[in-house]
Ligand binder design. Structure first.
Ligand code: ADE
Length: 221
């Protein structure tokens, strides 16, 4: 089974619409659809916003459904001046942007840097050669100032900021489940971020989910 995780309903909608005979699963800690996508058995879940929701949902799916791989899709803020609205970012690695490096290195598995599966990542880039490959930095705060954006670039060399990816990646890495993560830029993580986010969240969600669908279609049955 393939697990697909998004933070919000709008980010899952395109994927759910493509699923064949989706059945809803609603139970404590899990809001998901089970069905098939391009012939693959799939569980597609909306985890909610932030690191704890993402980690809890990912672990519950892994423990109960034993997926062979986990894919994560959604929108994100640009943490690089090279990126613009609706550009795609594929994670090479993910880290937390609200924990110091010293604590990460000393206390977290993998030093708090979680590397995506190279084959799945290559498949994403095959389908979207224009996508940017790099670091995604996750934290519980929405980034909406030039100052904080510059800090994230300086401290992590990140291309994209969002609020769930590293937590999904962390749980996958601990469970030794291959994962890949894609985000589409909804805003530039600056003073205009919230307005831009509202304007681009639907289109960005669709674009990211469409790329994920293309990758699932390419996976061997
Ligand atoms: N997701 C989309 N835009 C974001 C931003 N600017 N900060 C954090 N998460 C986001």
């Amino acid at each position: 089974m393939i697990a697909i995780i998004t933070a919000m309903d709008v980010e899952l909608e395109t994927l759910r619409a493509r699923m064949e005979s989706p059945q809803s699963v609603e139970k404590p800690g899990l809001s998901a659809w089970i069905g098939t996508l391009a012939g693959h058995p799939v569980i597609a879940a909306v985890c909610g916003v932030g690191k704890v929701c993402a980690a809890q949902c990912t672990q519950q799916i892994i423990s109960e459904y034993h997926p062979s791989l986990v894919l994560h899709s959604g929108v994100g803020g640009a943490a690089s001046p090279k990126l613009n609205h609706l550009d795609l970012v594929v994670a090479r690695e993910l880290t937390y942007r609200d924990m110091t490096d010293r604590v990460k290195r000393g206390c977290l598995p993998f030093g708090g840097v979680f590397t995506a599966d190279p084959s799945l990542t290559a498949l994403l880039l095959d389908q979207a050669p224009e996508a940017h490959l790099g670091c995604i930095a996750t934290g519980d705060l929405f980034v909406e100032s030039q100052e904080e954006k510059e800090r994230v670039i300086r401290d992590y060399g990140a291309l994209c900021v969002e609020m769930e990816g590293a937590a999904v990646a962390h749980v996958c890495a601990v469970n030794q489940i291959p994962f890949a993560i894609v985000r589409c830029i909804s805003d530039l993580a600056d003073g205009s971020a919230y307005g831009d986010y509202k304007q681009f969240e639907k289109l960005g969600s669709e674009k990211s989910a469409n790329l994920l669908c293309q990758v699932v279609e390419k996976l061997p049955l």
